[in-house]
Write a protein that binds this ligand. Structure first.
Ligand code: FPP
Length: 234
C-alpha cells in the first residue's frame, strides 16, 4: 500500500450535519473538532508525514458574529489540547495564514506559542490553515521575494524550490486532498501545494468521516495512476 506523504483536508459539512439534527451550527463545528482529534492521530499513525487542514478561511469572517466567536473559541481551546497531545507524539504543529487582525489576539498568541513549543518535534507535521487564502499566500510570497530581491538578499531567477520557501510554511506537495460533504471545489485551499494532488470528494459530512472512510480514501488513492504529465511505462 502506497502511503501519501502529505494529506490535506477541507473539513466541510459541519453546519449541515448539525442543521439536519436540529442543532446549532456551532455544535456541528464541535463535533467536527472532536472527529478531527481522533482522525488526525489515525492519519499520522498510518505513516502520513504531513497533515494539513482548512480550519478557517479569510472569507469565514463573513459568517455571523455568533458562529465566528464560537469557532475562534473552539480553535483556541482545541489548539491548546492538540499542543499537549502532539508534544508527546513528537508532532510539530504549524499554522498557515495571515497572523493578524481580524484574528483575535489570544488566538495569535497561542499560534505563536504552540509553534514554538513543538518546533523541535520530528515525527510529523500538523499544518493548520487559519485565516487562510491560497491566492493571498502566493501574493504574500511574491511580495516578500520582490522585497528580498530589491534588498540584494535574493538573486533572480526564482525557482519553484525557492518560491516554496517563501510560502507560510515550507511543505512538500500535497499527494491526497480530501474535501468532505460532496462539494467539489478547492475554495482557495493550498493552491500552490495542491498542483499535482489527487482529489477525493466523499459525500460524508466531516463529523461522520471516520477511520474506515480514510482507509477507503487510501484504497482509492492506491488505484490512481499518478503520471505527473508523463506517459505510463510498461
Ligand atoms: C466548514 O463547515 C468548516 C469550518 C468552517 C470550520 C472547521 C473547523 C473545525 C472543525 C475546528 C478545527 C479546530 C482545530 C483546532 C484545528 P461548514 O460550516 O461550511 O459546513 P456547511 O457547508 O455544512 O455549512
Amino acid at each position: 500500500m502506497k502511503i501519501p506523504k502529505h494529506v490535506a483536508f477541507i473539513l466541510d459539512g459541519n453546519g449541515r450535519w448539525a442543521q439536519e439534527r436540529g442543532l446549532s451550527r456551532s455544535k456541528g463545528h464541535e463535533e467536527g473538532y472532536k472527529n478531527l482529534r481522533s482522525l488526525s492521530k489515525y492519519i499520522l499513525s498510518k505513516g502520513v508525514e504531513v497533515f494539513s487542514v482548512y480550519a478557517f478561511s479569510t472569507e469565514n469572517f463573513g459568517r455571523s458574529k455568533q458562529e465566528v466567536d464560537a469557532l475562534m473559541n473552539l480553535i483556541l481551546v482545541g489548539v491548546k489540547k492538540y499542543a499537549q497531545e502532539f508534544a508527546k507524539e513528537n508532532i510539530k504543529i504549524v499554522f498557515s495564514g495571515i497572523r493578524n487582525y481580524p484574528l483575535p489576539k489570544d488566538v495569535i498568541d497561542v499560534m505563536n506559542e504552540v509553534e514554538d513549543q513543538t518546533k523541535e518535534n520530528s515525527r510529523g507535521i500538523f499544518n493548520i490553515c487559519l485565516n487562510y487564502d491560497g491566492q493571498q499566500e502566493i501574493l504574500d510570497a511574491s511580495n516578500k521575494i520582490v522585497e528580498d530581491v530589491n534588498n540584494g538578499i535574493l538573486k533572480l531567477p526564482v525557482t519553484k524550490e525557492i518560491f516554496n520557501k517563501y510560502l507560510y510554511q515550507e511543505l512538500p506537495p500535497i499527494d491526497l486532498l480530501i474535501r468532505t460533504s460532496a462539494e467539489n471545489r478547492l475554495s482557495g485551499f493550498m493552491l500552490w501545494q495542491a498542483s499535482y494532488a489527487e482529489f477525493y470528494f466523499p459525500k460524508t459530512y466531516f463529523p461522520d468521516f471516520k477511520e474506515k472512510d480514510f482507509d477507503m480514501a487510501l484504497e482509492e488513492y492506491n488505484k490512481r495512476d499518478r503520471r505527473f504529465g508523463k506517459i505510463k511505462e510498461n
